[in-house]
Design a protein around this ligand. Structure first.
Ligand code: ADP
Ligand code: 5GP
Length: 187
């Protein structure tokens, strides 16, 4: 079994920004591509952002015990990591990098134990998270309200992670993430 790094955060905390930075900087990290039953958005392609499958196919694979973990992150929409995905990345000699919701993050840490580093990304406050989601301009007003309401609940999971990065000034958050990853790669 190889190493894994797990990133979780309430939506709008800056998780994608930080994970993209790390994937660009550390060649050893490779993003785990999840399967999902949601439809592709914008330019998303099957096998790049996600493996897009129907809810029916997803449920069939659950019954076949083909997932490491899965969640209905939003009502009626499945997201999960296929066991095949782990082998694909480890056999390339890479460290699996997960971008999952907070419950998935806690479950993956439980599964991988000391082979895992779990990191919770946190915005400085709920108000700031709200401002960033508005500024990102990718979600409807209603979706933003839902995400902010969910964020308060998701924050409660922070203490269950190995490390918390407070993403206030982005440069400092990058530095903090870089040093955590360097240390974990060396270990
Ligand atoms: P997530 O993936 O957690 O939903 P994003 O990485 O998409 O979050 O970040 C949400 C928005 O906030 C984006 O528009 C991003 O550019 C911006 N952002 C990220 N980090 C910071 C920061 N430290 N200060 C200000 N804006 C930020
Ligand atoms: P989106 O639909 O915006 O791409 O993703 C929604 C949420 O699903 C994000 O919080 C993302 O981290 C989470 N997610 C993506 N893949 C998985 C997965 O395999 N398992 C779990 N538990 N969550 C996932």
């Amino acid at each position: 079994m190889g190493k894994v790094i797990i990133f979780s955060a309430p939506s709008g905390s800056g998780k994608s920004t930080i994970v993209d930075h790390l994937l660009g900087k550390f060649n050893k990290l490779e993003l785990s591509i999840s399967a999902t039953s949601r439809a592709p958005r914008g330019q998303e392609q099957n096998g790049r952002e996600y493996y897009f499958i129907s809810a029916e196919e997803f449920e069939k694979r659950i019954a076949q015990d083909r997932f490491v973990e899965y969640e209905q992150v939003y009502k009626g929409t499945y997201y999960g990591t296929l066991k095949d995905e782990l082998e694909r990345i480890w056999s390339a000699g890479h460290i699996i990098t997960f971008d999952v919701d907070v419950k998935g993050g806690v479950n993956l840490k439980r599964i991988f134990g000391n082979d895992a580093l779990s990191i919770f990304i946190q915005a400085p406050s709920i108000e700031e998270l709200h401002r960033r989601l508005v500024a990102r301009a990718t979600d409807s007003e209603k979706a933003i309200e839902e995400r902010v309401a969910k964020a308060a609940e998701e924050m409660k999971y922070a203490p269950m992670f190995d490390r918390i990065i407070i993403n206030d000034e982005l440069d400092k958050a990058f530095e903090c993430a870089d040093s955590l990853i360097e240390e974990f790669i060396r270990k």
